[in-house]
Design a protein around this ligand. Structure first.
Ligand code: HEM
Length: 403
């Protein structure tokens, strides 16, 4: 690996898009250091697409060079993501075994049936907003975050008495006004609470996702191990929550900054799904996502990744690649035929929650802008604080005036 021009990926970065521009310009794969770990970053659309589907780049951490892995600091966000044993970090047969049941659970048909309850939860949140005294409201905290938290809690069959505490933990994990030290403690508490729920469902199975996952005996007759189940349930909470919160927040920000684009949907010229797709492309909820490891020496776009080296996906950067998107790359432009994106991944690990995330965002945005046609940003665009992690790409808070 060429270390002479190593770029640092700093969790405190204020603008992942400016950073992404530099990474794309530096080459197809760029040597980076992130929270003490060395890796390659794939920030160009075509390179990222090749990386995500490459058969010799594995999510299985056992392919990572042990020496490089020794640099992993346990409390960092990178460590938390690469060390879990969920579907996300499995490969090959092990991946198919963990993913199969989830594909069924998240099928478009099953998710489509959730629409009425997503609409009802959204209507409740809108009501609450409408009753607030005049003045700025943090749309991330008061609207974007409770929606997916409530939806996933219903899906998982979390008992109602545990939900307020769970939403509070989710609020911290979604970095609604929280610092990195709070998120470590919140994650431990979430884990403990989910273990309680899993134990409860062992005793009293219900008509929920956790019970369904426990009941499944897959192809070879092997069920999830206790650790796999716990990691998978936790992944669904975290991966499915923060990302959706950020998607909704980013879309609201984009629309308020581009009234002529907003008019295209409020007038009915384009559907709300066009907003969701463009927000995913132009302002991906994920800045980066760890990590793939080379099973053998691999050449990608003229760069050799040695066996055991790690490759990081830079989603936010790929969404604005002018090589792929041409002149529209840096602009939020709604259109009837969306140009596609990699923000849900590509290949065998393609996001299992894509249909659910899209549906939640579509319902949320259309309800919000219909209820509050005078909605306006309460802060200038430059004053918005980023979430402050290498993974998330969104505003930590986004105050708006409901009008
Ligand atoms: C995987 C993004 C919502 C569950 C992924 C991946 C991306 C992603 C990029 C692929 C990672 C890789 O290739 O290494 C997003 C975004 C969302 C979102 C931008 C915004 C709405 C959700 C939701 C859920 C979910 C709502 C479920 C409740 C998962 C799971 C995986 C995954 C389980 C792992 C799939 C596998 O490894 O086979 N997501 N996600 N995501 N996502 Fe999402």
């Amino acid at each position: 690996m060429d270390t002479s021009t190593r770029h640092t990926i700093d969790p405190a970065c204020r603008d992942w898009h400016a950073h992404g521009d530099r990474l794309r310009q530096a080459g197809p794969l760029v040597a980076v250091e992130v929270e003490g770990v060395r890796a390659w970053a794939a920030a160009r659309f075509a390179t990222l697409q090749a990386v995500l589907a490459h058969p010799d780049l594995s999510r299985d951490i056992r392919h990572w060079d042990p020496q490089a892995r020794a640099g992993l600091c346990p409390r960092t966000s990178v460590a938390k993501l690469v060390l879990d044993t969920s579907v996300l970090n499995a490969e090959g047969q092990a991946h198919r075994r963990l993913r199969g049941p989830l594909v069924k659970a998240f099928s478009a048909r099953r998710i489509g049936r959730l629409r009425p309850s997503i609409e009802a939860i959204t209507a409740g949140l809108i009501d609450r907003l409408a009753r607030r005294p005049p003045g700025p409201v943090d749309v991330r905290r008061e609207f974007a975050y409770p929606l997916p938290s409530e939806v996933i809690s219903q899906l998982m069959g979390i008992p109602p008495e545990l939900r307020p505490r769970l939403h509070e933990l989710n609020r911290v994990l979604a970095r609604v006004g929280a610092g990195p030290q709070d998120t470590g403690a919140a994650r431990t508490a979430l884990r403990r609470m989910l273990a309680e729920v899993i134990a409860l469902r062992h005793r009293e199975p219900g008509d929920d996702l956790i019970s369904a996952l426990m009941a499944i005996h897959v192809d070879d007759g092997v069920a999830f191990t206790a650790i796999e189940l716990a990691d998978t349930v936790e992944l669904l909470f975290i991966a499915g929550h923060v990302t959706t919160v950020s998607l909704i927040t980013n879309a609201v920000r984009a629309l308020l900054a581009a009234p002529e684009q907003l008019a295209l949907v409020t007038s009915g010229t384009l559907p709300w799904s066009a907003v969701v797709e463009e927000a995913l492309r132009w302002d991906s909820p994920l800045a980066h996502f760890p990590m793939r490891y080379a099973v053998r020496d691999v050449e990608i776009d003229g760069v050799t990744v040695r066996r055991g080296e790690a490759v990081l996906a830079s989603f936010a950067a790929a969404g604005r690649d002018p090589e792929h998107y041409g002149e529209r790359a840096g602009h939020f432009v709604l259109s009837g035929s969306a140009p596609g994106h990699l923000s849900f991944g590509h290949g065998p690990h393609f996001c299992l929650g894509a249909t659910l995330g899209r549906l939640e965002a579509e319902v949320a945005l259309s309800a919000l802008f219909t209820a509050f046609p005078q909605l306006a940003a309460a802060v200038p665009p430059g004053e918005v604080q980023p979430v402050g992690s290498i993974v998330g790409n969104s505003a930590r808070t986004f105050p708006v005036l409901l009008g």
